[in-house]
Every structure is written in C-alpha cells, then in structure tokens.
Write a protein that binds this ligand. Structure first.
Ligand SMILES: Cc1ncc(COP(=O)(O)O)c(C=O)c1O
Length: 402
C-alpha cells in the first residue's frame, strides 16, 4: 500500500504527517539539490562533553533504571528549574514532582492515561489541544479513550487557543489540556497572563494542564515564561500543572531520547506508578550524562546564537513575503502560502521546482467543524540546518513562489 493510501487520519489514531508527505511527493523528482526542512531535528553540534558523561557512567548499563530517576538527576532538574525560573527556587522536593522521560514524546503519550484515570467520574472525557497540534497529543487522547478537542490557534487569537471560546460543557468534561508554548509550529509564546488563565481553568475544572515546553530554550530575546512558575506565583502550589521538557531542542540531542516531566507532586506520583508498569525507563547512563548537560548553559547560548543568525537571514530574505514574522520562540517558520494554492500545492511546487522539502500545514492540523483547516494556508519550515544551507533554501523558496 502506498503511503498515500495509509494517509487517513481518524479521530483515534492520527497518521504521521511525514508519512502523508511521503505519499504526496511519491514519484515526484526534486527540481534541485535536496534540502529537507521538514523534521524538527536540530543539526547543531551536540555538547562536546556528552560522550565523556556517557563513558564515565557506563557500568550503569548493567542496571534497570528506577522509574522515578536517580537522585542526582532529580537534583539537577531541580537546580536547573531554580535557575531558569527563580520563583521556583527553594521549592521543597515534596512540592515538586520530577521524573525522567525517554524523550518527551513518550511522556506526552502516557501522561494522558494518568490524567484520564484521575477523573473516573467523567463519563465522556475530552482532552483539549491546539489546532495545529503535535500529533502525539491526539494519539494519546484517542488511546486513553478521551475525545480530542481541537482548539483553533490561528492569527485571530495570536496563534494560541482562544481560552474564552472554550465552552463550559467541554471544560466540565476535560481531563487534560495540552498547551504548546513556544508553539510548534507557529512560534507563539503564551505570556504570563495567558498561562495564569490556563492554570486557573485547570484548577476550576480539575483537569491537568500539560504544558509542553520543549522549545522553551530557543528564543531571540526574552526567555518565555513557564507554566510552573506562573502556577507557583499565583498560589504557591503546582496543583494541576505539569511541564514537559526535552533535551532534544535545548541541547541538540534528539538521538539521546531524554526529557523530563515536572510539577504537581501528587499527579507526578500517580504518573510514576503508572509508568512503573508500562513506560520505557530512562537509562541511568543517559540520566548521568543529562546531569552534566543540564548544568551547562554555554552550549545553549551558542545554539541560540546559531538560530538568531538564521532568523536574521530570514528577516532579510523573507521580508514582506508569506506573512513572515520572526517567531517569538522555537525554530519553525509558519509561512502563509495561500496565494500559491495552499499548503500541499506549495510544498509540491517547491519540491518539484527547487528541491526544498517542507511540511504542509494541513498535515499537522485537523479540519474544523465548518470544514476549514487552520493549517491549509501554511507551510512549516524547520530552521534546523546550518546558516548557509538555510539561506540557500529560503532564497530558493522566495524565488520559486512568486
Ligand atoms: C511540540 C513538541 N513536543 C514534543 C516533542 C518531542 O520531543 P522529544 O524529542 O523530547 O521526544 C516535539 C518534537 O519535535 C515537539 O515538536
């Protein structure tokens, strides 16, 4: 069966956007040297001390890792959180749950089951998520028996879901809300006011706010605020709020498969017990290396500079085109290609005429009730290559779509 034939999205099990893209471009030859800017896989150097960190702990390959992580890993996360979000400094361990993840993706999937399980009183549970969305959110909702509810996150609402537009019936049935900030793909950042309101909704309706902060360290000027700090400022507790963090984007380590989940200690304890029987444990060798990676900010600053250079190039090459605006955070461009036939047509044209491969926006969004798709007008560009490759690709995009 060709990938196109498998490209059916159902409410329960969405198909990978990359499989759909393979179907779209099947049999179409690239019209130039290939540059693939589809996957959010940073091609910047990894921290040079990583291998040493792995090597010094290699005897730990002989041990099954405890699901709650090593003491040193949890301490390193706690220290990092205190530095990054000063308001969390001094929070006792009993008030802040922390567990390692084998990449944030698996955590985002399994967490939905625990969020659903804590509200057995809700007969027809729903999980709220932005539209466009990271596919794991929808898969997690479907798998745990909750209906995914897609909240439009287009330009009218600043590319984040409009919290005032969620109806009360949905809120009453919600067991979780996946929020992505900085948002993949639009790069919008939820400010403190927005986070405060979302935390408030989670507490009023007793659901779990799952704040996906994988891109929190990739920004131009101001570090984006975090949901935990906002929750703690508002009420001195982390009740109903967890944050998901990844080493893939901050430290250019998508192949390490490492991240962590932190926040509401009671919920994290439930999540840890569930994980203890189902989830992949994170290798203690990896956790040991992560301790070193978290303690170092210099490689993260270098990474931010590399992205800054590329966004400066984009500011020039794409000025006045495709509704371009430098994203507040993260490393994607979300370009409006409606003049060029919309997302699939533009991706096909670019591939056929200049060899640049992008992701159609409609593949990472769901049709709304009125039949419109908030990704239809857009293509997503992952700014993950080096400066020269990125400049070349952006120049080809601007030269081809005109
Ligand atoms: C919004 C979002 N959340 C989570 C992830 C998963 O990251 P990880 O590599 O830690 O599994 C990604 C990866 O691209 C992402 O874009």
């Amino acid at each position: 069966m060709s990938p196109e034939k498998t490209a059916i999205t159902t409410n329960l099990m969405p198909v990978s956007p990359f499989a759909r893209l393979a179907g779209l471009l099947e049999g179409v030859a690239p019209g130039g040297p290939v540059v693939d800017l589809t996957v959010g896989e940073p091609h910047h150097p990894m921290p040079d001390f990583l291998m040493q960190g792995l090597a010094e702990a290699q005897e730990l390959f002989g041990k099954y890792p405890p699901i709650r992580g090593s003491v040193e890993f949890r301490a390193a996360v706690s220290d990092w959180l205190s530095r990054r979000y000063p308001y969390l400094d001094g929070l006792e361990e009993t008030k802040l749950g922390i567990i390692p993840l084998s990449g944030t993706r698996e955590g985002l999937f399994y967490v939905a089951f625990s969020a659903r399980a804590r509200r057995p009183d809700i007969e027809k549970p729903v999980i709220l998520m932005p539209n466009p969305f990271y596919h794991t959110y929808a898969a997690a909702a479907g798998a745990c028996g909750a209906e995914p509810v897609f909240l439009a996150a287009g330009p009218e609402s600043g590319f984040l879901p409009d919290l005032d537009a969620i109806d009360d019936e949905m809120l009453a049935r919600s067991v979780a809300f996946f929020l992505s900030s900085p948002a993949n793909p639009q790069g919008a950042v939820a400010d403190e006011g927005y986070l405060e309101k979302t935390v408030q909704l989670a507490r009023t309706h007793d659901f779990i706010l799952i704040s996906d902060e994988c891109y929190s360290e990739i920004y131009t000027d101001q570090p984006p605020p975090g949901a935990l700090e906002t929750a703690s400022k508002t009420s001195k507790t982390l009740a109903n709020v967890i944050s998901m963090q990844s080493f893939s984007k901050r430290s250019n380590l998508p192949g390490l498969r490492a991240g962590f989940c932190c926040g509401d200690p009671e919920f994290i304890e439930d999540f840890a017990s569930f994980r203890n029987v189902v989830a992949p444990q994170t290798s203690l060798v990896v956790q040991h290396a992560c301790v070193r990676v978290l303690a170092d900010e210099s490689h993260v600053e270098v990474t931010r500079d590399l992205y800054r250079e590329k966004f400066e190039a984009a500011d020039t090459i794409l000025a006045g085109r495709f509704g371009y605006k430098r994203p507040e955070g993260g490393f994607f461009l979300w370009l409006d290609v409606s003049e060029f036939g919309g997302s699939e047509a533009a991706v096909k044209t670019l591939w056929k005429e200049c060899g640049v491969k992008l992701l159609p926006g409609r593949y990472i969004a769901r049709d709304e009730a009125d039949g419109t798709n908030p990704g239809e007008k857009y293509v997503r560009v992952a700014m993950v290559e080096d400066l020269a490759t990125t400049e070349d690709a952006l120049t080809r995009i601007a030269g081809t779509l005109k």
